[in-house]
Design a protein around this ligand. Structure first.
Ligand SMILES: O=P(O)(O)OC[C@H]1O[C@H](OP(=O)(O)OP(=O)(O)O)[C@H](O)[C@@H]1O
Ligand SMILES: Nc1ncnc2[nH]cnc12
Length: 269
């Protein structure tokens, strides 16, 4: 209502301008412009009733209610622009890291069987920057997630799991192929892209209620990760996420994980 009133007096309406500015950006959401809005409003009310000098000083007050919100608006939008620029730069840096990781992985056709396009991560290990970037990307994602267990699948999960575990302050629990672990074990069988296998975990390595991350180099059919999930759930652990460097998306292993989230860096065909 006061907006219409000021229009009637045919003066520059700071309040109206402020309201338009506020409408333009939902992100300017602070008590400061509202304070100035109130000051302007009170000034406008009083301007109608007082002497010329009083009206002049009150008009100045009203004008300040335009200048300060404008300044505030300019400052906050420049801060928002800086934030947007920073997040664009971070996304670009992440893309660069993923591109480098991806190009460091070698693909060998027909290994170990005809028709298999083997994703060879040993070449990634030869590139210390790409290897470190791989670990860093996982660590950045999991460092504040209150994870106490990183479970790694034999054999290539043993390469990526331990550095992630150390960096996020979690213990590392190996999930091994049969008859490798010396203590009492629980085991789970699973099917692979090329055969069947079994995974085992030491009894007592993980306690009920612990928050676990499962790490492997690659998900193909999802059988290996499913076995890992079953082992951890049998002892009452909570699966926070499964993390793999590579996903063979065509094999739809992700679908076998049910409601367990999967994070991957690279999708391969
Ligand atoms: O999603 P899946 O169909 O279960 O396949 C993925 C698993 O296959 C590979 O390991 P592999 O069993 O070949 O063992 P290795 O690491 O000892 O070579 C890979 O490292 C994963 O662990
Ligand atoms: N295509 C593949 N490359 C590397 N490791 C694998 N494990 C299962 N399928 C694989």
């Amino acid at each position: 209502m006061f907006i219409k009133h000021v229009d009637d007096h045919n003066i520059l309406n700071p309040n109206l301008l402020l309201v338009r500015l506020l409408k333009k950006t939902k992100k300017v959401n602070s008590k400061i412009p509202i304070l100035f809005l109130l000051v302007g409003f009170v000034g406008e009310k009083r301007r109608q009733t007082k002497s010329i000098n009083r009206r002049l000083s009150i008009s100045l007050l009203s004008l300040s209610s335009l200048v300060f919100p404008l300044l505030y608006f300019c400052l906050s939008s420049s801060q928002q622009n800086k934030k947007k620029k920073k997040s664009r730069e971070m996304a670009a840096a992440e893309d660069d890291r993923i591109a480098r990781i991806s190009s460091a992985i070698r693909v060998i056709p027909n290994f170990p069987k005809p028709g298999i396009m083997f994703q060879d991560i040993t070449t990634l290990l030869l590139d210390p920057k790409a290897f470190k970037d791989t670990i860093d990307l996982f660590v950045e994602r999991y460092k504040d997630k209150n994870i106490s267990v990183v479970a790694g699948m034999e054999a290539r999960g043993f390469i990526f799991g331990p550095p992630i575990a150390l960096a996020i302050g979690a213990k590392f629990v190996p999930m091994r192929k049969p008859k490798k672990l010396p203590g009492e074990v629980i085991s789970e069988e699973y099917s692979l892209e090329y055969g069947t296998d079994k995974l085992e975990m030491h009894v007592g390595a993980v306690q009920a209620g612990e928050r676990a991350l499962i790490v492997d180099d690659l998900i193909a059919t999802g059988g290996t990760l499913c076995a890992g999930i079953r082992l951890l759930e049998r002892v009452g652990a909570e699966i926070v996420e499964c993390a793999c460097l590579i996903e063979l998306a065509e094999l739809k292993g992700r679908d076998r994980l049910g409601d367990k989230p999967l994070f991957i860096l690279i999708s391969a065909v």
